[in-house]
Design a protein around this ligand. Structure first.
Ligand code: HXC
Length: 263
């Protein structure tokens, strides 16, 4: 979608960058010229993703980090700055999730997911944001939302609540850091093909046939479409967009809005 070289000379950090939507965004950033650091928990998965990303010819580094661990996040950002001297873009795509009845969630189960999704996003966002402010060259930050954060997720109350926090964090920082020309946005996908959410969390893509028919556009989002929208928000082409939650769900969360008037 964007011209080649859109991100030349830029450095991007993508948490959760070795799979799913995170990898698709990292791929698009590399294809458009950015050096990319991918962050994840599993080194073998990071190595495999890095091999694929290097096909695009930019520098790719891997960082085995648990985003909940503040000290590791700080050390990783320090390493990146020692290597490159700058970070221009951050994508928070690391997530953890499972289905459970709310009444059955243990305190630790709630905490594990909230700490990955909300604290993890905060950890990277604050540490990278501090660097961007100090450097004085602006930057852009993108997090991944979920439509469940707006309409509810009865079997994923932990993840859904944390993602709602990510949206509020984004709106807050969009205003707070505007004076530093740091733009902060969320890309909120609906059900997306080839993601962990669809392949294991909600029981496999075959389970979705009926629900897909309820999506106004009658299909799931592709990872490429999610990545295209994401790199647009990260790029200078979106230079006046901040604190925004871009919902890309084929009209799913509006699906019932027609009601008796719309048929
Ligand atoms: C109930 C569970 C559970 C499950 C873990 N727990 N899995 N409880 N059902 N299926 C409980 C454990 O019993 C434990 O509580 C606590 O959660 C922590 O478990 P750990 O395994 O020690 O945690 P950890 O190793 O930190 O793993 C984090 C994880 C893990 C979130 C639990 O499943 C994970 O990282 N999954 C892979 C990532 C992922 O899910 N990606 C897809 C995201 S899709 P106790 O009390 O026993 O100690 C997505 C889309 C959002 O986010 C949109 C959808 C609404």
């Amino acid at each position: 979608m964007l011209p080649k070289g859109t991100f030349s000379g830029r450095v991007s950090v993508v948490t959760g960058g070795s799979s799913g939507i995170g990898e698709a965004i990292a791929t698009e950033l590399a294809r458009l010229g950015s050096d990319v650091a991918i962050v994840g928990r599993k080194q073998d998965q990071l190595d495999a993703a890095a091999t694929r990303l290097r096909e695009h010819g930019t520098q790719i580094t891997t960082h085995s980090v648990d985003v909940r661990d503040r000290e590791s996040v700080e050390a990783t950002v320090a390493d990146l700055l020692a290597r490159w001297g700058q970070i221009d873009h951050l994508v928070n795509s690391a997530a953890g999730n499972f289905q459970a009845k709310p009444e059955d969630l243990s305190p630790n189960a709630w905490s594990a997911v909230v700490r990955i999704v909300l604290d993890g996003t905060w950890n990277f966002t604050q540490v990278v944001g501090q660097h961007m402010i100090e450097r004085g060259a602006g930057g852009s930050i993108l997090s991944i939302g979920t439509t469940a954060a707006m309409i509810g997720g009865p079997s994923t109350v932990h993840s859904t609540s944390a993602k709602a926090g990510v949206i509020a964090l984004t709106k807050s920082l969009g205003v707070a850091w505007a004076e530093h020309n740091i733009r902060v946005n969320v890309m909120t996908p609906g059900p997306t093909e080839g993601t962990g959410a669809m392949t294991f969390l909600f029981g496999g893509e075959g389970q979705w046939d009926e629900q897909v028919q309820a999506i106004p556009l009658k299909r799931m989002l592709t990872r490429q479409e999610a990545a295209d929208a994401s790199v647009y928000l990260l790029s200078d082409y979106a230079s006046y967009i901040t604190g925004h939650n871009l919902v890309i769900d084929g009209g799913r969360s509006l699906g019932r809005a027609g009601g008796v008037f719309g048929g």
